[in-house]
Write a protein that binds this ligand. Structure first.
Ligand code: PLP
Length: 409
C-alpha cells in the first residue's frame, strides 16, 4: 500500500485551519443566509434555462460568452434598469461587474484596497463574513455602534475625528444600510445624506453592501448611498442570493469605470459561471418584479412565526424587534447567557444558531445576543426549533424561567 503523503510541510504560511466535513444540515437550521426552498421559482428557472440555451447555448464555447469579462451583458442590462428603478442608481451596464456571489465582490474590493495595518470602519454588529475577511487582511477593524436606523452618525463622526488626531485615515466605511445584517435596520434618507457628508468631509470612501434590499416588506426603500453620491466615492455590491437563491452564486459590483477597471484587473478567474448568469437574465427580465413581493411576503410570515414562537417559549427573556425586511432576527437573551456556549449545547440538540460575538466587533456586548435566520425552516420547524432552544437554554443557563406560560420547576 502507498504510504500517505504528508502535505503539512508544504502548506503556505497563514493557511486557514482545515475545514470539518459536512454532515448534513441540522434539524432546526437557523444559521447562514439560506433562502426559502418553497419560494425558489423552479419551473420558471427551467423555462428560462431552456429558452436561453436554445437561443444562445453555443456561446458557451467562449470564455465570457459574447459579453466580455464584466459578465453576461443581458444580466448587466437587467441590473442597470432594476438598480435605477429600485435603488435610484444611474449606472451603465459597463459599470456593473458580475461576480461569483457578492462575497467575491467583497474579496476583490478588499484585495484592491487593503494592506496589513490599514484601518476600516464598520457597523459594530455586522456580517460575520465581512469580519472574518477583514481579520485575514490584518486590518484594524473599528466598530461603530448602531441604533434602530443603522450606523450612528454621532459615533462615526467622533471616531473619524479621533483617528484623524492620530494621523489615521481609514480605507473605507463598510455599511449595510438597507436591511442591515444582523439587526434588520434601514437607514433613512436624512441619515444617508449625513453619512455621505461626513465621509466627504474626511475624504473616506464608502463600501455599500446591499444584498437584502429587495426583501423590504413595504417594497419601498431609500435611495442607495451610491445613487445619492452619483457614484463618487462609493463602491456598491449586490447579490441574487437573497432575492432568488444563494446556491446560484451570482453577485455584482457597481462602481465608476476607473475603479471597476482596476477591480477587473484582479478578477483573474476567467469569468463567473455563465449558465447561472444566462438563466438569471432570462428569468429576471420577465419575472423578477413579480417574484420578489411573493418571496418577501412568505419571509415576512415566517418572521412573525419566529417572533411568536420566541414570545411563547422565552417570554420576556428574549428581546427582539420587528425588522422591516430581510431574513434575520437579532435577539438579546439575559446577560447570564453566553451564546457561544448556547451554540454548542443547542447543536447537540439539533438546533443551529449564530452566536452574537461572531457578528460583532464588540464581543462583550454581543455575548448574550444571537442571530436567527428564519428563511429556510418551515413554520412548524421554526416553532419546534425555538421550543427546543428554550429547553436547552433553560437547562444550561436557568433561563427562560417560564415557557409557554408554564412555570418550570
Ligand atoms: C451583508 C452580506 N454581504 C454579502 C453576503 C454574501 O452573499 P453572497 O456571496 O451569497 O452574494 C452576505 C451573505 O449572507 C451578507 O449578509
Amino acid at each position: 500500500m502507498t504510504a500517505p503523503f504528508d502535505f503539512a510541510p508544504l502548506l503556505a504560511p497563514g493557511t486557514p485551519a482545515p475545514a470539518v466535513k459536512w454532515n448534513g444540515f441540522p434539524k432546526y437550521n437557523f444559521v447562514g443566509g439560506h433562502n426559502d426552498a418553497k419560494q425558489v421559482p423552479v419551473q420558471a428557472l427551467i423555462d428560462a434555462a431552456t429558452a436561453v440555451l436554445k437561443r444562445e447555448g453555443a456561446t458557451l464555447a467562449t470564455y465570457g460568452l459574447n459579453s466580455g469579462p464584466l459578465g453576461y451583458k443581458p444580466l448587466r442590462e437587467f441590473l442597470s434598469a432594476k438598480l435605477k428603478g429600485h435603488a435610484g442608481i444611474d449606472c451603465a451596464p459597463d459599470e456593473i461587474m458580475i461576480t461569483s456571489g457578492s462575497l467575491q465582490g467583497l474579496d476583490l474590493v478588499n484585495t484592491l484596497l487593503l494592506a496589513k495595518g490599514d484601518t476600516v470602519l464598520i457597523e459594530q454588529e455586522t456580517y460575520g463574513g465581512a469580519l472574518t475577511r477583514l481579520a485575514k487582511f490584518g486590518v484594524n477593524i473599528v466598530g461603530i455602534p448602531l441604533d434602530g436606523e443603522g450606523m450612528r452618525m454621532d459615533a462615526l463622526k467622533q471616531k473619524l475625528a479621533e483617528l484623524k488626531r492620530k494621523g489615521i485615515k481609514p480605507k473605507y466605511i463598510y455599511t449595510i444600510p438597507t436591511v442591515q445584517n444582523p439587526t434588520g435596520a434601514i437607514m433613512g434618507e436624512a441619515r444617508r445624506k449625513e453619512m455621505l457628508k461626513i465621509a466627504a468631509d474626511y475624504g473616506v470612501m464608502i463600501f455599500e453592501d446591499e444584498c437584502y434590499s429587495d426583501l423590504v416588506w413595504s417594497g419601498r426603500r431609500p435611495k442607495s448611498l451610491y445613487a445619492m453620491a452619483g457614484g463618487e466615492g462609493v463602491i456598491f455590491v449586490g447579490s441574487f442570493s437573497k432575492s432568488i437563491a444563494p446556491a446560484l452564486r451570482v453577485g455584482y459590483i457597481v462602481a465608476k469605470w476607473d475603479i471597476l477597471a482596476r477591480i477587473l484587473g484582479l478578477k483573474q478567474d476567467a469569468g463567473s459561471g455563465a449558465l447561472e448568469q444566462m438563466i438569471l437574465a432570462e428569468f429576471c427580465t420577465t419575472h423578477f418584479a413579480d417574484h420578489v413581493p411573493k418571496l418577501a411576503a412568505a419571509l415576512h410570515a415566517k418572521l412573525q412565526t419566529l417572533r411568536e414562537a420566541l414570545a411563547e417559549h422565552f417570554g420576556t427573556a428574549a428581546e427582539f424587534g420587528d425588522p422591516p425586511g430581510g431574513i434575520y432576527l437579532w435577539v438579546k437573551l439575559p446577560d447570564v447567557v453566553d451564546t457561544q456556549k448556547l451554540f454548542q449545547a443547542a447543536a447537540a440538540a439539533g438546533v443551529s444558531l449564530n452566536p452574537g460575538p461572531e457578528w460583532s466587533t464588540d464581543k462583550a456586548y454581543a455575548r448574550s445576543r444571537l442571530r436567527l435566520c428564519f428563511a429556510n425552516p418551515e413554520p412548524e420547524t421554526i416553532r419546534k426549533g425555538v421550543e427546543v432552544l428554550a429547553e436547552v437554554c433553560r437547562r444550561e443557563f436557568g433561563v427562560p424561567l417560564r415557557s409557554a406560560n408554564i412555570e418550570k420547576k
